[in-house]
Design a protein around this ligand. Structure first.
Ligand code: GLN
Length: 288
């Protein structure tokens, strides 16, 4: 029988074996999950010996991470914009880059009015839920073509007790009738289908339908831009996340359909990440 090890020793061994950028943190998160405790508990008890059954549970989780599975799928959750979100292999893992999109959206959605917001390809519901949580007077609709992803989004809304959001099965705009929105946001798939990154790291485990979009990565963005005017109220904004080299192409597509006031925002790493533009139409209350 090997000597039972302390929590600290197990964490040290595990993080030395993981060749990931955040090895120490990941080892802690996996052990917290096996023990069902928070980080403070883990640190306070680091000199204690780990029970054999918990050690086995930890080893099973650790083996999955060693095989490359994303930490968010192993843990079953990811923090996004201060929200604790369930994630499954049916959903893209929310990324910090996408918080840039939420910031830009919140800057447009003032809470004084009952504005309507549409999130296309909502996945875990991350963007829709972050907007709904911070703008309780807004009505948010999240659409996704994947029933499995929609279930995750609905579970997230329920467990976060966010009620000003609805999730609806829809292939992009297909399920919408004649509704129009004050803001349309999306983090669509935008990676080139032959991009080598798709067969590396976490991306190997994520739904390809949430990542890749045709030869230039812009198929879905083209579709959204080409159809958005039917669903935007006068003066309403379309806001899209995109790849760091796609800002000019996205802006050109937006200009082509007649959207105006085109602007791009950078993410925290300083990359162009979100481009937005406005429906120029002005509602006129009277004629002549
Ligand atoms: N930003 C993600 C990545 O490059 C891609 C997400 C997406 O296609 N929307 O890993």
């Amino acid at each position: 029988m090997p000597n039972p090890l302390s929590i600290k020793a197990i964490l040290q061994m595990a993080s030395a074996q993981l060749h990931t950028a955040e090895a120490a943190l990941e080892a802690q998160l996996l052990l917290q999950s096996a023990l069902n405790v928070n980080r403070a508990w883990l640190i306070a008890h680091e000199n204690e010996v780990l029970a054999a059954d918990i050690h086995q549970t930890f080893k099973a989780l650790f083996k999955r991470r060693l095989a490359g599975e994303p930490i968010a799928y192993i843990l079953g959750y990811r923090e996004f914009y201060g929200l604790h979100l369930q994630v499954t292999p049916n959903t893209l893992i929310p990324r910090p880059d996408t918080e840039t999109l939420v910031d830009a959206a919140l800057a447009k959605v003032l809470d004084s009015a009952n504005l309507s917001v549409l999130d296309l390809g909502t996945g875990t519901g991350a963007i829709a839920l972050a907007i709904a949580k911070h703008r309780p007077n807004a009505n948010v609709v999240g659409l996704d073509a994947s029933p499995a992803a929609l279930n995750v989004a609905k579970n997230n809304a329920a467990s976060l007790a966010i009620s000003n959001v609805q999730f609806v099965l829809s292939d992009w705009f297909n399920a919408l009738a004649d509704e129009r929105f004050d803001l349309i946001v999306s983090n669509p798939p935008y990676i080139e289908q032959n991009d080598a990154h798709l067969s590396q790291g976490d991306l190997r485990f994520e739904p390809i339908s949430a990542l890749a979009s045709g030869a230039d990565g812009l198929d879905d963005i083209r579709h959204i831009v080409e159809h958005c005017l039917i669903y935007l109220k006068p003066q309403a904004w379309l806001m899209l996340e995109h790849g760091y080299q796609q800002a000019a192409a996205v802006a050109a597509l937006m200009a082509q359909v007649g959207l105006v006031d085109i602007q791009t925002c950078k993410d925290l790493a300083g990359n162009n990440r979100v481009t937005m533009a406005k429906n120029p139409l002005i509602v006129s209350s009277h004629w002549g």
